[in-house]
Design a protein around this ligand. Structure first.
Ligand SMILES: [Zn+2]
Length: 436
């Protein structure tokens, strides 16, 4: 009886085991299938340097761009150390001041919400999780000692601006705050009326200027004026971009001031811009060199991956005739309030580290002969069609006689197969733009 029972027990155990083994085998098979599938996906998006010997040989280290006599606020990499770090935890304190002639018209919570908006999330996504940015509002509205008109020159006079920030930050009792605990100080002014025209915009105090307070020293500061209430949190993104070492990409002395880059970068058009260009992300340490492909000579054809994906090559770089300038090819990032203008094609632009802020350090080169409709311009900016759609090719002539030819060969979802080549020719430059 005991034997039988044991035998039965054994048999049932065997049966159970068989079922378990079968289940396990099926699970393993499914896992293998899934792995195979994900491996395939990985292969598609992995940097080409890792899978093709030929392409790896083509790839070269990215050279440092010459800055000439330019100031530290330039497009060179690495960024001068005087600027605020752009990865890890960055904490900003936000204080609020009013004036005998202009009192606050909302709570500090309301003002903070308008000015900060979605900045924390924007930095998290744009930096691929590398920057954890936090704004901490402090205290209630504090009264400045003078009328707004006494601060009319802070936009143009750095000493006056420094004095303004120092006065504002020192209005708080020493026991309530220590400015050494923060990387950045934001000083928000009560919303001024249209006239007299004071504190109407939001200047950044140049990085590295030390601001003494009654409790600690501030090295990175922005004054928020009237425009920050009207233009939303992109004012903060743009001004903080300066604290991070990014120059202005719009033109200082031109009526066509958005013409170099349009809405493709917030440092050019903070109202319609939604992102930073790939070069800026790389400069800020939000992309690795392994995600870039520098083609020193010859030709390359590779698949560019969108910035939203964690893997893949994001940009192709090519040398120009100057040691200070490179050509950059990347996917045109989404535009529009809801990022609805997307998956259009690739952008080609130049970056020049020797060109001063506000004088065109970055210039979009692709598709400039295309004109958007009035509606497109209003929603996405004047340069919104300056991309190369699938099937389009454009050639750029360099002053040394060489040419760079960029082709958007094919679209793959949100990615594009791109061919980039440079060649010397004596033929007359011919610009081609095939029909998509
Ligand atoms: Zn600016």
């Amino acid at each position: 009886m005991a034997v039988k029972k044991r035998a039965r027990k054994k048999a049932s155990k065997k049966k159970r085991m068989t079922t378990a083994v079968k289940k396990k085998a099926a699970k393993k098979k499914a896992q293998r299938k899934a792995q195979k599938k994900s491996h395939k996906v990985r292969l598609k998006t992995r940097p080409l340097s890792q899978r093709s010997r030929g392409l790896r040989e083509l790839r070269e280290g990215i050279p440092r761009l010459a800055t000439g006599n330019n100031s530290d606020l330039n497009e060179a990499i690495p960024t001068a150390k005087v600027y605020q770090q752009t990865t890890g935890d960055v904490k900003a304190v936000m204080v609020f001041v009013e004036f005998p002639d202009v009192r606050h018209d909302r709570t500090v919570e309301e003002a903070c919400s308008i000015i900060t908006g979605d900045a924390t999330d924007w930095y998290r996504i744009e930096s691929c999780g590398r920057l954890r940015f936090e704004v901490m509002p402090h205290g209630d509205w504090q009264m400045m000692p003078k009328k707004t008109t006494a601060y009319g020159n802070i936009q143009s006079d750095a000493d006056a601006h420094r004095e303004y920030i120092s006065t504002a930050l020192s209005l708080f009792p020493t026991g309530s705050i220590n400015y050494d605990d923060y990387h950045i100080a934001y000083v928000v002014a009560a919303k001024t009326p249209e006239a007299p025209e004071v504190l109407f915009n939001s200047p950044t105090l140049s990085a590295g200027i030390e601001v003494p307070t009654n409790n600690g020293t501030v090295r990175h500061a922005v004054t928020f004026g009237r425009d920050s209430y009207e233009r939303g949190y992109h004012v903060l993104l743009h001004e903080t971009g300066h604290l991070f070492g990014l120059p202005d990409l719009y033109l200082f002395n031109s009526t066509d001031w958005l013409e170099p880059v349009g809405a493709w970068d917030i440092m050019c058009d903070l109202d319609l811009g939604q992102h930073f260009l790939g070069w800026q992300k790389y400069k800020l340490g939000w992309l690795d060199e392994s995600q870039l492909f520098y083609v020193k000579s010859g030709e390359v054809s590779l698949r560019l991956a969108p910035f939203e994906s964690a893997e893949g090559v994001k940009m192709i770089l090519l040398p120009s005739e100057s040691e200070s300038r490179v050509y950059v090819v990347e996917i045109a990032q989404p535009l529009g309030m809801n990022q609805e203008y997307r998956d259009k094609g690739i952008l080609v632009y130049t970056v020049d580290a020797a060109v001063e802020t506000g004088k065109r350090p970055v210039s979009v080169m692709s598709g400039l002969d295309e004109s958007p409709s009035a509606n497109e311009t209003k929603k996405y900016g004047a340069l919104c069609v300056a991309y190369l759609a699938p099937g389009e090719t454009q050639t750029f002539g360099l002053s040394d006689g060489r040419k760079i030819e960029i082709s958007n060969e094919k679209q793959f979802g949100s990615g594009f197969q791109v061919r980039a080549r440079q060649f010397a020719t004596t033929r007359t430059m011919r610009r081609t733009r095939a029909i998509a």
